[in-house]
Design a protein around this ligand. Structure first.
Ligand code: UD1
Length: 416
């Protein structure tokens, strides 16, 4: 099994090109199922979650070819409506094929994703909302078997809770329903805006009518298009923190800084100096790191997907910091490993209390999920000796060429 070896104590310096967004690409790939026309997708990140989604689409009959700069999806022969446990269990976003399959065929059998390291992660909101479009479903032997024999019909739906995945599944399904759908209490993550832009470019009629409300007029024909996926804001946030924690000086390219305004403001408060331009930014880390209280929240709040990374930075602050995790119930798996490296973090319900003034020590470590693994890299970058991170397949799910990118800006990191 592959591991990462990291020798710390290097200030990161140079330029990093941010990749395409995994979380934008996943629903966009699923949404290609709506059409038999050829779709060209650019800026797809080369990470294992995207490979899993491509394998899932291929198992449904999609023909997908990738060369260096673009991926071509051809669904003209796509007929299968069955998404197997083997594929959905490895990546929860597999549930995103449910909406498009129902819209296209009026039937789908998709494995329930089950829980994962960060919480139980049910799909009740996806299912309840789809039933309001006319879907009847049952759960049988770990599968959702859903059908809409008369097709989907537009409706007014208010999500009981803000959910990224449920908003995406419903936007995709309602785009092909008969009549008009109004979705309210929608998630408004930038990746959802990217999905809407993609669908509208294909010929869907989707319009934001207020901040969390969207109007969708169902269509039945779509066009052949080429679409470029937005940048990965979580990857960008991770490298911002890498610069801050190593007192480095990094330029991040291929981004739109206004999308990550919350993260930039928080890093500035903590002490980093950040120069913002239209499609790049420069960050210089400061020796003194100020303490802060952070709560994770749906966009435009601070992302749960950066919670583990910012925690590592706050371990270096001069006083006590508090992070409140409001999205997932079990997202502090990284704490035990960080404490093994010398951090002083205690957990009180959904709050992590971070004592600060930590000098991380190198150690042999175990990655537990995608963002937790990268937080261990960040901590290891600040140590004197050699750290070894095991189970890095978690990392490969969402970070493209991470060791190459870090090496290019001066980190001593090696995959073994
Ligand atoms: C997406 C992101 C993930 C991110 C999360 C929150 C992708 C592929 N993944 O995950 O990286 O951490 O948003 O920003 O884009 N919930 C229910 N019932 C449901 C659906 C969700 O109770 O039917 C709960 C979840 O358990 C969680 C909260 O709602 O507590 C938010 O989850 P959701 O926004 O749906 O996250 P995902 O779409 O799974």
């Amino acid at each position: 099994m592959q591991k990462l070896e990291i020798f710390g104590s290097k200030k990161l310096k140079g330029q990093i090109k941010i990749s395409g967004s995994k979380n934008a690409a996943l629903p966009i790939l699923a949404a290609t199922l709506l059409t038999n026309k050829k779709i060209i997708i650019k800026n797809l990140p080369n990470v294992s979650d995207i490979k899993t989604m491509i394998t899932l689409l291929q198992s449904l009959g999609s023909r997908i070819t990738t060369n260096k700069s673009q991926t071509i999806v051809d669904n003209s022969k796509q007929k299968k409506k069955f998404a197997s446990y083997n594929l959905v269990k490895t990546m929860r976003a597999g549930i995103l094929v449910l909406g498009p399959l129902l819209a296209k065929f009026g039937f789908a059998k998709v494995s329930l994703p089950g829980g994962c390291a960060i919480g139980t992660r049910p799909i009740d909101i996806h299912l309840k909302s789809l039933s309001k479009l006319g879907v009847k479903y049952k759960i049988d032997q770990g599968y959702v078997i859903a059908e809409a024999p008369k097709g989907l019909k537009g409706n007014k739906i208010r999500f009981a809770k803000i959910s990224v995945g449920a908003t995406e599944n419903l936007i995709i399904a309602a785009s092909f329903a008969k009549g008009t759908t109004i979705l309210s209490n929608c998630a408004i993550e930038p990746e959802i805006k990217d999905l809407v832009n993609f669908l509208n470019k294909m010929g869907c009629k989707i319009e934001w009518i207020s901040t969390r409300k969207i109007k969708i007029i169902g269509v039945s024909k779509l066009k052949e298009i080429s679409y470029t996926i937005m940048f990965d804001r979580i990857e960008a946030g991770t490298y911002l923190i890498a610069a801050a924690i190593t007192q480095g000086n990094l330029i991040l390219q291929n981004i739109i800084p206004k999308v990550i305004k919350t993260e930039i403001e928080i890093l500035k408060k903590i002490g980093s100096k950040i120069l913002v331009k239209k499609n790049w930014l420069q960050i210089k880390g400061n020796k003194k790191i100020r303490n802060i209280k952070i709560k994770t929240a749906p966009y435009p709040g601070f992302p749960t997907d950066l919670q583990a990374q910012i925690m590592v930075l706050l371990c270096k602050s001069n006083k006590k910091s508090i992070i409140q995790e409001n999205i997932f119930e079990n997202r502090f798996m990284h704490v035990a490993e960080l404490n093994r490296m010398g951090a002083k973090i205690s957990i009180d319900g959904n709050k992590a209390i971070i004592k600060g003034n930590t000098n991380f020590q190198s150690a042999e470590l175990m990655a537990t999920d995608l963002r937790a693994s990268v937080s261990l890299i960040l901590a290891a970058l600040t140590t004197q000796g050699k750290s070894v991170i095991n189970r890095i397949y978690h990392l490969d799910r969402g970070y493209e060429n991470i060791e190459k990118k870090l090496k290019k800006v001066g980190a001593k990191i090696k995959r073994v």
